[in-house]
Design a protein around this ligand. Structure first.
Ligand code: DAH
Length: 339
């Protein structure tokens, strides 16, 4: 029995040393110390021993059991530590590595200038409103005093969804929508996309942007229009800019005007930028036509107002000296990075 115990001990130790996981340790524990384990079997056979042998073998058997138990505890701790070390190694983070740089985007020049324009008008007490890009014939034309067969429709051919529904050619329909819903005083601007069936070239695009302005209240005069626009132009182009109003015609305003800014490049002399004219046209405007007010349920005897419409692309091209409209829509980062 002594030899048997000695053999068990050696086998147990070497097997425990080779064990690679908690599960294996448990299996070995059952194998040696369990109810049907090898050490237990020896202890059960003690009864057949002589009185002198029993305490000696008993002691030895207990020693072996304790040794195996201790070894299991030791191995368990070692395995746990090994797993931890492995995890630490795998999850190691090298904080000295250089960071990854993500390329930063930038605002589109149209957005940059539009934001500025909005800020200027908000500073004068205007609200910013939105309108639909898919419009009805009524809002885009009819209510703005442009009946079917009116020559003004020629210059604003667009994309029709059907006879009555179209992509808006101007932001002016928002005027009508606002006046229908809101009682004067009204003071809004409405920027957005507009569409015309124009072929693409350096100055034309089937999609571009306008900013509509509308003020309606009691006692609004052309002087208010001039003052507002002069303030706007000076804020946008600088205090020394010079503004000129030129008589014009729009079906939905009377009187109407186009507004020019003196060329800031040549100060009126005439240069390549202003095509030799000394002035650069930036917007159309006028006093809201009484018929338009009436169409929207506003009494033209009591209220009056002014409106304006500005092409955003033009303003931005002038601002940054961009000579081709197509650059705005090509999404070439080399262009976009310049602003
Ligand atoms: N909607 C006009 C256009 O697209 C621009 C315009 C002119 C708007 C005069 C106005 C205005 O509000 O009063 O050509």
């Amino acid at each position: 029995m002594k030899q048997e115990l000695e053999a068990i001990r050696q086998r147990a130790i070497s097997e425990l040393e080779a064990a690679k996981g908690q599960q294996e340790l448990e299996t070995l524990r059952v194998k040696y110390l369990g109810k049907k384990g090898e050490v237990t079997a020896i202890l059960k056979k003690m009864g057949s021993l002589s009185a002198e042998e029993r305490p000696v073998i008993g002691q030895l058997a207990n020693e072996v059991r304790t040794m195996i138990e201790d070894e299991i505890t030791k191995r368990a701790a070692e395995l746990k530590e090994a797993i931890l070390q492995e995890r630490l190694k795998n999850e190691a983070l090298d904080v000295t590595l250089p960071g990854r740089q993500r390329p930063l985007g930038a605002s589109h020049p149209l957005s940059i200038v539009l934001d500025e324009i909005k800020e200027i008008f908000v500073g004068m007490g205007f609200d910013i409103v939105d309108g639909p890009e898919v419009e009805t014939d009524y809002y885009n034309f009819e209510a703005l005093n442009i009946p079917k067969n009116h020559p003004a429709r020629d210059t604003q051919d667009t994309f029709y969804i059907n006879e009555n529904i179209l992509l808006r050619t101007q932001t002016s329909p928002v005027q009508v929508r606002v006046m229908e819903k809101q009682k004067p005083p009204i003071r809004i601007i409405s920027p957005g996309r507009v569409y015309r069936s124009d072929a693409v070239d350096a100055t034309h695009s089937p999609l571009f942007h306008q900013i509509e302005g509308l003020v309606v209240a009691e006692g609004i005069t052309f002087a208010d229009l001039k003052g507002t626009l002069e303030t706007f132009v000076k804020r946008l182009y600088g205090e020394d800019s010079v503004v000129r109003f030129r008589p014009h015609h729009f079906p939905f305003t009377e009187p109407s005007a186009e507004v020019d800014v003196q060329c800031f490049n040549c100060h009126g002399e005439g240069c390549r930028l202003c095509k030799g004219e000394g002035w650069i046209e930036i917007l159309g405007c006028g006093m809201v036509h009484p018929k338009v007010l009436q169409n929207c349920g506003i009494d033209p005897e009591k209220y009056s107002g002014f409106a304006l419409g500005m092409g955003l692309e033009r303003v931005v091209m002038r601002r940054y000296n961009i000579d081709d409209l197509r650059l705005f829509y090509e999404n070439d980062v080399r262009f976009l990075k310049q602003f």
